[in-house]
Design a protein around this ligand. Sequence first.
Ligand SMILES: [Zn+2]
Length: 335
Amino acid sequence: MSQSPDISIPTRVPSAASVDDAVTPFEVASLDLRGRLVRLGPMVDEILSKHAYPAPVAKLLGEAIVLAVMLGSSLKMDGRFILQAQTDGPVGLLVVDYTTPGQVRACARFGASGVEALVASGEATSANLLGKGHLAMTIDQGENMQRYQGLVALDGASLEDAAHEYFLRSEQIPTRVRLAVAEEFKPGSGADSHRWRAGGVMLQFLPKSQDRARIDLHPGDAPEGVEVAPVIEDDAWVQGRALLETVEDIELIDPDLSSERLAFRLFHEPGVRVFKVQEVRAQCSCSRDAVFSMLKSFSQDDRNHMVEDGRISVTCEFCNSNYVFQPEDVGANGN
Ligand SMILES: [Zn+2]
């Protein structure tokens, strides 16, 4: 990993060194914009390759990972950020678990036939794979802190749209998010011939002046029949959003385009400042001890039912680690 940018230097050429598995926070002070660029290489490849889900499911989970990394990496205190989508679609469950400082695990549950049907009809978009349900974002900062949970409906929308809705309703911060995931293919066959890459950018309008803040808020749901004046959006936010819309998916995942260069490419006119890079990695928090404690917490009857072929085998859904116990070690009776 390269050194974090030295922000005491007022201006410098953006670094050409592309850093994977990293979040680069940035600020466009003249437009009151703040954002984060996420670039994931080996980390997202490790998580998605281990699961070996069908490609559209892996891609969707990759998007959820980028979103969770964007939001989790902005936690000010130690804790966990959990992003969970529960829906009636072919991919009924997505879970991404981000533990500070930058430890990520993720998994999905899906119906194979439903996914296959969407693939066959050429309609396996993120929105269709998800269907209807809700997206929950939970911040857990330890035993003595209150758990915070924000919920937003998933109603045939993409994760990007759901994120916009969440920020507007729950936090009242105008926000735009772009998520990109792709498989990179190399000549040859086997496990080395392809790898997953992912990236994204989040842009938020956080005006310091009250005037700017007041005119940009959404009017909300007006009662029926009431005329709603069109929202007058601040020019700075209109400009920032327009710049973000020019980003191509390939720019978000291109291993040869550094996050700093992308930030500069987007915001060189208004001027952009980058902050210390935060690293992320794939790491599960499961352990033999934790599984042992979980088994001990089950009822005798439940433990007895888990015995198969004279042993109890537990597989972590996040990382596929397998833990095998002798029935007598966890107080189970295999007969
Ligand atoms: Zn695990």
